[in-house]
Design a protein around this ligand. Structure first.
Ligand SMILES: [Zn+2]
Ligand SMILES: [Zn+2]
Length: 553
């Protein structure tokens, strides 16, 4: 009887981001992707969100390797953090490793980390894991679906994927290989991308964007053109570059990651832009504006990106004006709509024109929609199915698609971050939980923690009131103060009366406490906090953070 195989989900099931799962065979662990998530507005000051790695740290000795599906940050961006505590080899396509490398290098961990490139269709043993790398089309080149041939049958992980029958690089999702696994060994368990599970139909081919861009370039003949897209979307960059060359423009990149990825793409032969067509952005003023095309980062409205600075009139190299057209070849990721809107506004204010995906078909998704999702389910014909990569609603809709094509409900598992499932001869079932909360990173210090975030939200929304008072340690009598200091509650110079009243109320409360014989520091602090809190709430209907500072003499 073959031994059980376990799967542990550390992230990506309940959010778009921090994708990370582990397969366990023979007591060894194979990590599938290790991504980060970008913070939303409810996480003030947070730079990044990571999976909780405590379970992996506890099992450090059992980690065999990490396998990467593709090079997006939500799949590779957390490696540099995990590699501080654990050491393991990393497998992926050459481009994926190239994209993952820079963060690992920045963290100073490249020397001790083995990066092992694999080819399309390659199948190799990694410890006890029999791993096959199946090509898929996505919005970054050289993505993989991963098939792990285990003692309990094949676990097929779709990676991020779509069906593009006319991809820019001719590298299609290898549905034939998936079908062949289905008809020979069979797929025991399918894990598949849920991002677009709510979207009917099929994702359009990337090539359609190229045609639209070329048309827009034709219409804006007299304008200088600035096109923003994801720096890792090398296919899109190729299409922009092709449209530029077709219309007699030189190309300059703007933004650090754009320059880096264009260099990497050209080095790997994935981008074909001749030297003669590329100029340094410092030199664009030497060319007539209608002969220049700038390819820029910042399509998500990221605050310090090249495009945001441009929209604020602060970019060193590109000053926007009426002679410019900016194309946002992108779609705002949920949570970024507001920042993107502000960027678009800023560009209009400077007199330049903006074309975005709401006005022209300048973007297509990198993820499978319902038609493609059902196609994969139909071809893979898995015994069991678990939707991955999505918010809870995406996962839910994905389970409905599986039901719709006839999968029995008891073979569809709706898992969340932290769930452990076990594959045995009897089937696939839940088998426990591990910690999988959010790990918030701010600056270079690790976990910020929920408490800190709660404090930051209160400070941002309600402000702070600090009460400083000095008491006699023996009698509890007030020796100095109370002094009331505030930021963000009321504008102090205009609210002297209110602050004076607060002082009185707090003094009375401390006198009461002293009369009851309270002299200890904690009790006095509590009195100050309660008196100040009640007063502030009653008089202003606000709930700032109250910080009592009681000093004893
Ligand atoms: Zn992803
Ligand atoms: Zn992706």
């Amino acid at each position: 009887m073959p031994e059980p195989v376990r799967l542990t989900f550390l992230g990506g099931l309940g959010e778009i981001g921090r994708n990370c799962a582990c397969i366990e065979v023979d007591g060894r662990l194979l990590i599938l992707d290790c991504g980060l998530m970008f913070p939303d507005l409810s996480m003030p000051g947070v730079d990044l969100v990571l999976p909780d790695f405590s379970w992996l740290r506890q099992n450090a000795g059992r980690v065999e390797a990490c396998v990467l599906t593709h090079g997006h940050e939500d799949h590779v961006g957390a490696l540099s953090f995990l590699l501080r505590d654990l050491s393991f080899p990393i497998y992926g396509s050459e481009l994926t490793l190239g994209l993952a490398r820079s963060r690992i290098e920045e963290a100073g961990l490249l020397d001790q980390t083995e990066l092992i490139p694999v080819q399309d269709g390659e199948r190799r043993m990694i410890g006890p894991f029999d791993v096959e790398f199946i090509p898929v089309a996505h919005s970054v080149p050289h993505g993989f679906a991963i098939a792990v041939h285990t003692p309990q049958g094949v676990i097929l992980h779709s990676g991020d994927w779509k069906i593009d029958l006319t991809p820019i690089d001719g590298r299609r999702t290898d549905l034939a290989r998936i079908g062949s696994i289905a008809t020979t060994e069979g797929v025991r368990l399918l894990l598949a991308d849920s991002t677009n599970a709510e979207e009917p139909g099929y994702t359009r081919s990337e090539q359609e964007v190229g045609a639209v861009l070329s048309e827009l370039f034709g219409q804006a003949r007299q304008q200088r053109l600035i096109v923003a897209c994801f720096a890792s979307h090398l296919h899109r960059i190729q299409e922009i570059a092709d449209a530029a060359r077709e219309h007699g423009r030189v190309i300059a990149t703007l933004g650090r990651s754009m320059a880096k990825n264009v260099a990497l793409g050209r080095e790997l032969g994935l981008l074909s832009i001749p030297d003669s067509a590329l100029i340094d952005v410092e030199r664009i003023a030497e060319y007539p504006p209608e002969r220049v095309c700038v390819i820029s980062t910042g399509s998500q409205g990221e605050p310090m990106s090249a495009l945001s600075l441009m929209a604020a009139g602060d970019n060193r190299w590109v000053k926007l004006g009426p002679g410019d057209t900016v194309i946002l070849s992108s779609h705002a990721i949920p949570g970024n709509e507001h920042s993107v809107g502000q960027v678009i506004d800023g560009i209009h204010r400077l007199g330049a024109d903006v074309i975005h995906s709401g006005l022209a078909a300048v973007h297509v998704s990198g993820h499978a929609k319902q038609g493609e999702i059902k196609t994969l389910l139909g071809i893979a014909r898995p015994d069991y199915f678990i939707p991955i990569h999505g918010e809870f609603r995406h996962l839910t809709h994905h389970t409905r698609l599986a039901s719709a094509i006839g999968m029995p409900d008891e073979r569809i598992l709706l898992c969340e971050d932290g769930d452990v499932v076990e594959l045995t001869d009897d089937g696939v079932d839940f088998a426990g939980e591990v910690p999988a909360g959010y790990l918030y990173v701010d600056g270079i210090v690790g976990d910020v923690g929920r408490g800190v975030l709660r404090d930051r939200r209160v400070l941002a929304e309600e402000g702070v009131v600090i009460v400083v008072v000095t008491v006699d340690a023996r009698t509890g009598e007030v020796v100095a103060g109370p002094e009331v200091i505030t930021r963000g509650w009321v504008y102090a110079p205009e609210a002297e009366g209110l602050l004076e009243e607060a002082r009185k109320v707090i003094t009375v409360s401390l006198e009461d406490a002293a009369a009851q014989g309270a002299t200890d520091f904690e009790t006095l602090r509590r009195h100050v906090r309660q008196a100040a809190g009640r007063f502030v709430q009653e008089r202003t209907r606000r709930r700032p953070m109250i910080v009592p500072v009681v000093m004893e003499v």
